[in-house]
Write a protein that binds this ligand. Structure first.
Ligand code: SF4
Ligand code: SF4
Length: 352
């Protein structure tokens, strides 16, 4: 950081370098902030005259990615789960397998084969397989715990990186715009350097597809709950209804986005990457891919005799996703948003 502050060649690439220039020395909180502000576009690696084979061996993206991973363990709540980030792949595979096995066993244990492999075309067909109080209760409990754990992580990050009021309206608007557009994946305008010096927008587009797909799936669940509990319209909903359309477009977006991001990672130059972080990346992307794939499969086959088993598998994937949210790479969204919020509040100070 000290070398970069003297050099300043990359200051137009992203928000990290201008934020760096506002500091003369760096506390551990400052480094956490800068690490999570970095979007890993890799522009500064290929542009750097001090990158290997230069003796300084500058590798800013790799250094910041390693540091980012340390911050995930440092701010996690409860602290006892800090080790989960080290064994992310194993941890997520274990919880996902356990979640699927548990829900499938519950379904098989509570129903005769005649019910499990029957076609369920009646209203509220899903609840004939898994009772509504059980499905809603377990989902709400696991998601509620995840939201609390993520909020505590945000609080720990915010305090360590300087504290202060979380947001003023102007900073909040800027930060939301930065999050929604992934401005820092622009790498100064032309995109990321995934494989080499050539710029590409593919990572940004794939991330957008996954991110907006995820939001559409969330909107689909909220709309279905509104239909059921406020409008009194019982599921399953027709293919052209709002919950199904939102879920379908969202699921396809997530499939395309996660597959695209996996492809970009497989093809990318390993030199500026932090190997330790790659395992966390692949674990989360696979989990999101499975959530979307099982959800879409369930939609396509919901009128068939496979519905009960597919529902159990999909619910197992979703429950394990909720349970591992605060202990997977998903937390990068929370800390990066917090870093963008802090950065949005800092930017006018620099400009003035
Ligand atoms: S990454 Fe290299 S070129 Fe860019 S500011 Fe730092 S030292 Fe300079
Ligand atoms: S990798 Fe991209 S986002 Fe990260 S510091 Fe370098 S230029 Fe900025």
């Amino acid at each position: 950081m000290v070398i970069c502050n003297a050099c300043r060649y990359c200051e137009g690439f992203c928000s990290v370098f201008p934020a760096m220039e506002l500091r003369r020395s760096f506390t551990s909180g400052d480094l956490s902030y800068l690490a999570n502000l970095c979007h890993d576009c890799r522009g500064c690696y290929y542009a750097c005259q001090y990158a290997p084979p230069h003796e300084f061996a500058m590798n800013v993206p790799q250094t910041l990615a390693r540091l980012r991973k340390e911050t995930y363990a440092e701010y996690v709540w409860p602290r006892q789960f800090a080790g989960a980030f080290e064994r992310s792949g194993t941890f997520i595979s274990f919880v996902t397998s356990l979640g699927i096995a548990l829900v499938v066993l519950l379904v098989v244990g509570f129903h005769s084969p005649g019910v499990i492999f029957a076609r369920h075309l009646e209203p509220r067909a899903f609840y004939a397989v898994i009772p509504e109080p059980l499905m809603v209760g377990v989902s709400a409990t696991t998601l509620g715990f995840a939201v609390i754990a993520l909020a505590m992580g945000f609080r720990n990050f915010w305090r360590d990186t300087g504290g202060g009021p979380v947001a003023q309206a102007r900073s909040l608007t800027k930060a939301v715009s930065d999050v929604l557009t992934l401005r820092n994946l622009g790498g100064g305008g032309d995109g990321c350097n995934n494989r080499d010096e050539a710029f590409s927008q593919s990572r940004r587009y794939a991330h957008h597809a996954m991110f907006y797909g995820f939001l559409l799936c969330f909107a689909s669940t909220c709309t279905a709950a509104f239909y059921e509990h406020v409008l009194g319209r019982v599921s399953p909903y027709p293919l052209l209804s709002l919950p199904v359309l939102l879920g379908t477009f969202g699921g396809v977006g997530m499939l395309v986005g996660t597959a695209g991001l996996i492809w970009v990672k497989v093809e990318s130059d390993p030199a500026p990457a932090a190997k330790a972080m790659l395992k966390n990346d692949y674990a989360l992307l696979t989990q999101l891919f499975l959530a979307a794939a099982t959800g879409l499969l369930l939609l396509v086959l919901r009128d068939s005799s496979l519905m009960a088993i597919l529902l159990a598998i999909h619910l197992g994937v979703i429950l394990s996703f909720f349970l591992t949210l605060p202990y997977s790479k998903f937390v990068h969204g929370i800390y990066r948003s917090a870093a963008l919020l802090r950065n949005a509040a800092e930017r006018p100070a620099k400009e003035s």
